[in-house]
Design a protein around this ligand. Structure first.
Ligand SMILES: Cc1cc2nc3c(=O)[nH]c(=O)nc-3n(C[C@H](O)[C@H](O)[C@H](O)COP(=O)(O)OP(=O)(O)OC[C@H]3O[C@@H](n4cnc5c(N)ncnc54)[C@H](O)[C@@H]3O)c2cc1C
Length: 560
């Protein structure tokens, strides 16, 4: 751990706190100036030492803390970096602005309040969280799962994605690296080119399928004889997980079926910064794992790595068919299958998602890019809204569109707002062809699809809004969808498609007892919080449905 603090009394206090608490596992080094701290880091790097945490005061005689942290990132990208802030410094706008700018650029992780007394647990809570994140993320630490693979093999990428998005602590080694070769030899697999997965318990898997990997990790991939539930939830993104937590906690026998990874789209977000209660943001997979565990302790059953392929009604119950042919039955089904954002197929962009490249509007990022040059890709209303919102903060917003103008794809009121904004430029006949950046986006390469000409421009952020598709193609025709495939519900159902006398419940689809929540629902707000809101609200409606079915049965049984 490295601390840079120019005031000697504060430095001594921080050193004491860190050494007493972490001294047996970490070496604590304190420096009084940015220059000597940087020299220390360079020396450690040359010697091959590891650094877990770098803390720096903002205002030092020989340099600013945010700039020092940015330079330390180049030397130790995996180290957690934070600005040391004094208690009561909130009114200091200069420090706050430097900090917010720096966090938005991915140059530091957060801030830490300087300890002001011995055993300052508030200080230690932040430090401990950093250490846990570093321990999980650093490639050199042994983890529960080791993947030995050729880094550029597409299947290895899929396996890494599956592990990462499901929040499985893992480490990947190149098949050709000394560690990779040694581990393969020890497993009796010397020379194997296929991806190999080694689990803490001793299991060895050669080129496993997703189902085999999930089975080996100990999560359930089949119904194991159970068939009847109170409610089946399809999809374990934020909406499905919220539905599961509320259903199970309220006594409903609940099954969740997920085809890819827990957390859905949110699981692919490196840092969700606008979810209530997580001031320094939370990684999507962390949030999803917390929700998953919460549902699990309430008793939710999960089936992993199985898609739902069919839904039909039989003897008054809904029957859900899974990709392995198994079937589950329930009086209520919640569709939480979400959408998939269309992505730009450029690998370098993928590596910068969350640190300059954003899929969707990511409105929370707007303030963080105050005064900077940002780009929006897309010609639809969502791209227009994002551009207008960003222009309130950014220095310059450029909208990239493949067509010659926005006229055919965007509402005229938005085109008017864009024309009126001094800092929004529309760049027709433009597409993204590449990018660069050391840990955060720095430049974009733009191409004119008609002429093939390219130009490289500096860019602090790229917001990609090129459309999304709801995952509903497998649904039966009885479930009404709008022209884009989003599921219609409640009062939004077209006339004539609702078969019962009672009115449909707010989140009920055209098939009574089947509900839709989250992004897949027509008219939904595409945010984690609103998906979670839908997922929690729908369970009250499921109760209503089950109670009225129970009441109808009781009436039928009672003597006239
Ligand atoms: C890169 C990225 C970053 C984002 N960042 C933010 C952010 O910072 N803040 C914010 O508020 N929002 C953010 N969003 C949007 C947010 O993630 C979504 O609004 C939210 O995840 C929607 O939740 P959902 O549960 O409705 O759907 P999804 O998250 O899409 O989850 C649906 C799940 O259903 C599963 N599924 C689909 N079909 C089937 C089937 N047939 N059988 C079984 N399972 C199925 C899918 O595999 C998926 O796991 C981001 C989105 C992306 C892509």
């Amino acid at each position: 751990m490295l601390v840079v603090e120019d005031e000697s009394d504060k430095r001594a206090l921080i050193r004491g706190e860190l050494e007493r608490r972490y001294g047996s596992d970490y070496r604590v080094t304190c420096r009084g100036s940015a220059r000597s701290a940087l020299e220390k880091l360079e020396g450690w790097r040359a010697a091959g030492d590891r650094v877990a945490l770098v803390l720096a005061d903002q205002w030092m005689p020989d340099g600013n803390g945010d700039e020092f942290l940015a330079r330390s990132k180049v030397l130790y990208p995996e180290a957690k970096r934070a600005l040391l802030v004094s208690f009561g410094a909130w009114g200091d706008r200069k420090t706050a602005d430097a900090m917010l700018r720096s966090m938005a650029r991915g140059r530091m992780d957060y801030y830490v309040l300087k300890p002001w007394r011995r055993a300052d647990e508030y200080f230690h809570r932040t430090v401990t969280e950093f250490l846990q994140e570093w321990e999980r993320a650093t490639s050199a630490n042994p983890q529960e799962v080791a993947l030995i693979c050729e880094p550029r093999s597409p299947r290895a990428y899929e396996l890494r994605e599956q592990l990462a998005r499901n929040g499985v602590p893992h480490v990947a080694h190149d098949t050709n690296s000394p560690t990779g070769r040694r581990m393969l030899e020890e497993a009796g697999l010397a020379g194997t080119r296929d991806p190999v997965v080694l689990l803490l318990g001793g299991a060895v898997l050669v080129d496993p399928t997703n189902v085999e990997l999930a089975d080996a990790y100990g999560v359930s991939t089949s119904l194991e004889g159970r068939e009847d539930f109170d409610v089946v939830v399809v999809g374990a993104g934020p909406a499905g997980l919220a539905a599961a937590v509320y259903a199970s906690s309220e006594g409903l026998d609940t099954l969740v079926v997920e085809q890819e990874s827990i957390g859905g789209q949110a699981g692919s977000s490196s840092l969700i910064r606008n979810y209530l209660g997580f001031a320094r943001g939370i990684s999507g997979s962390d949030l999803a794992q917390r929700a998953y565990q919460q549902a699990w302790v309430f008793g939710t059953r999960f089936i992993h790595t199985r898609g739902v392929t069919g839904l039909r009604r039989e003897n008054g119950r809904h029957v859900v068919t899974m990709s392995d042919g198994c079937e589950a039955r329930a009086p209520a089904v919640v569709l939480a299958t979400g959408i998939s954002y269309r992505r730009i197929d450029i690998p370098e962009l993928d590596s910068l998602v969350g640190t300059g490249v954003f899929y969707g509007a990511s409105v929370s990022e707007a303030r963080a890019h105050a005064g900077q040059e940002v780009y929006v890709v897309g010609g639809g209303n969502s791209a227009g809204q994002a551009a207008v919102h960003l222009a309130r903060f950014a220095g310059q917003v450029t909208i990239l569109v493949r067509r010659g103008s926005l006229a055919e794809t965007m509402s005229s009121y938005l085109i008017g707002e864009i024309d009126a904004a001094e800092n929004i430029e529309v760049r027709p006949h433009s597409e993204v062809a590449g990018c660069s950046g050391d840990g955060a986006l720095e430049t974009l390469t733009l191409r004119n699809p008609l002429s093939g000409e390219t130009e490289t421009v500096p860019a602090a952020a790229l917001f990609v809004l090129i459309g999304a598709e709801p995952r509903t193609s497998w649904l039966p025709p009885a479930i009404q969808r709008d022209q884009w495939g989003y599921v219609m519900c409640g009062s939004g159902l077209p006339p004539g498609c609702w078969p019962l006398e009672r009115a449909p419940l707010m989140l009920e689809t055209s098939q009574p007892g089947v509900f839709a929540v989250g992004d897949v629902r027509n008219g939904s707000t595409k945010r984690v919080a609103s998906a979670v809101g839908d997922g929690s609200v729908v369970i009250e409606q499921v109760h209503h449905l089950l109670d009225s079915a129970e009441a109808a049965r009781a009436t039928a049984r009672s003597p006239a």
